[in-house]
Design a protein around this ligand. Structure first.
Ligand SMILES: C[S@@+](CC[C@H](N)C(=O)[O-])C[C@H]1O[C@@H](n2cnc3c(N)ncnc32)[C@H](O)[C@@H]1O
Ligand code: SF4
Ligand code: SF4
Length: 411
């Protein structure tokens, strides 16, 4: 096919888009072609918008009340559940055809409560989009597990357990542990029977003074279900009163080093990744299979993005040994249920408009803002979340005066 005009190039893009091929390697190759040819052929610059399109989305999948009542969680109570519908998800994907991976976020609720989840997984599968999410597994029905296995579109599920015994689970998660184990077991057994590779399974624990003693046992459990990882999440809201109760970090347990050391030994034995937050790192132990919580710029979308509203692990930036040169979310996008878009998991300003309104390539605010980020610039709002932004915090730590990157342009 001869591409000798912007019209021909555009119809080539349209054709690829109609076939759902405008993703992954094809996306990268087109970005490369545009970059190479821009120098010699002026009309290629008409497609400057292309490389700013998102390849990764974080969708606010549900919001409102949760089916659990975890002691350390600030999830709302008594707020009616709202969710992203299959129709809304389809509209988002129509307007962002370069997207190839999605995280289903549910900061204050539980993704499996979305009554349209099965239809939505079908939709992702048809468009060859991979999905990650966190779940408490309480509502992981057999139908949902069957659909997860059949569609093979879920890359990673992280089961948030926080405990390895009924007693501790009851104290922290205050729900039905037996049901959780039964639901997970169904998924794991069917996965084995069907010989499926996906989903990859991860298990997590929010580190606290009265559950860290169960980390070694949690590692054993994770190995028994074929999980690739145990992820220890750093406790947020420490010492704040949540649900009338205070939570303390594992650091407050006088024996925490012993438990971590034992968990590391077991992780090594099982060949499982034990992902620890920096504050719980203990240096004397062999670290072959023990990885610390990585820096934002070191994480790819695989194998999982955590719930993006709270931490660093949802950066779509690929592994990079050097200091990050620009915002890690340049090809990522946060989308709320109402369609409003945020720049990243910790910053919703300036406004990028509404994704339901029009394709992103026609959204002037989106393109203008992304263009600035692409040049390495940041917004005043980014400074408010400096410590949770990988780009800014890593550069600042290295002594860079990051304030000089604040945009002077009015957006
Ligand atoms: C808020 S939940 C939403 C998804 C789902 N309901 C679940 O529990 O996995 C996402 C993750 O946040 C974790 N989490 C809850 N409260 C936390 C806290 N105070 N500090 C750190 N992580 C927390 C949960 O354990 C879970 O892994
Ligand atoms: S941690 Fe998850 S399951 Fe527990 S209350 Fe919060 S949102 Fe619900
Ligand atoms: S805070 Fe700003 S620079 Fe950092 S990830 Fe978010 S949008 Fe990018």
């Amino acid at each position: 096919m001869d591409i000798d005009s912007p019209e021909a190039f555009q119809s080539w893009l349209d054709e690829l888009m109609s076939k759902g091929h405008l993703k992954r390697d094809v996306f990268k190759k087109i970005c490369h072609i545009l970059k190479l040819n821009k120098k010699n052929t002026s009309w290629y610059s008409k497609f400057d918008w292309f490389h700013l399109m998102p390849t990764y989305l974080n969708l606010q999948f549900v919001e409102g009340s949760c089916n659990a009542n975890c002691r350390m969680c600030s999830a709302g109570k008594g707020i009616p559940l709202s969710w992203m519908t299959a129709e809304q998800v389809a509209s988002i994907l129509d307007h962002a055809p370069t997207v190839s991976s999605v995280t289903l976020s549910s900061g204050n609720s539980e993704p499996t409560l979305n009554p349209e989840m099965i239809n939505i997984l079908d939709l992702f599968a048809k468009r060859h989009i991979t999905v990650d999410f966190y779940s408490n597994a309480l509502s992981l029905s057999k139908e949902l597990s069957d659909s997860i296995l059949e569609t093979e579109t879920v890359n990673v599920i992280n089961f948030s357990l926080d405990a390895a015994t009924h007693k501790t689970y009851a104290k922290i998660r205050r729900s039905n542990f037996a049901q959780v184990l039964e639901n997970i077991n169904y998924l794991v057994e069917r996965k084995k029977v069907l010989g499926k590779e996906y989903p990859n399974i991860s298990v997590s624990m929010v580190e606290m003074h009265d559950n860290i003693q169960e980390l070694p046992e949690l590692v054993d459990y994770a190995a028994s279900i074929g999980a690739f990882r145990v992820y220890v999440e750093s406790l947020l809201h420490e010492d704040e009163l949540l649900r009338g109760l205070k939570n303390q970090s594992a650091l407050q347990n006088p024996n925490y080093k012993e438990f971590i050391s034992e968990a590391q030994e077991r992780a090594l034995k099982h060949g499982i990744h034990l992902q620890l937050p920096p504050k719980l790192r203990i240096s004397s132990i062999s670290t072959k299979n023990t990885i610390d919580a990585p820096k934002q710029s070191e994480i790819s979308t695989k194998p999982i993005n955590t719930d993006g509203s709270r931490n660093l692990n949802s950066s779509p930036t690929p592994l990079n040994q050097n200091l990050p040169k620009k915002c890690g979310w340049i090809n990522g996008l946060w989308v709320n249920i109402n369609g409003s878009m945020g720049l990243c998991c910790v910053n919703q300003e300036p406004k990028l408009g509404n994704i339901y309104d029009a394709p992103l390539r026609e959204n002037k605010a989106y393109l203008e803002i992304k263009q600035l980020l692409d040049q390495g610039k940041v917004f005043p709002s980014c400074m408010k979340v400096l410590n949770t932004c990988g780009y800014l915090s890593e550069n600042k730590e290295a002594g860079v005066d990051v304030k000089k990157w604040i945009v002077t342009e009015k957006v």
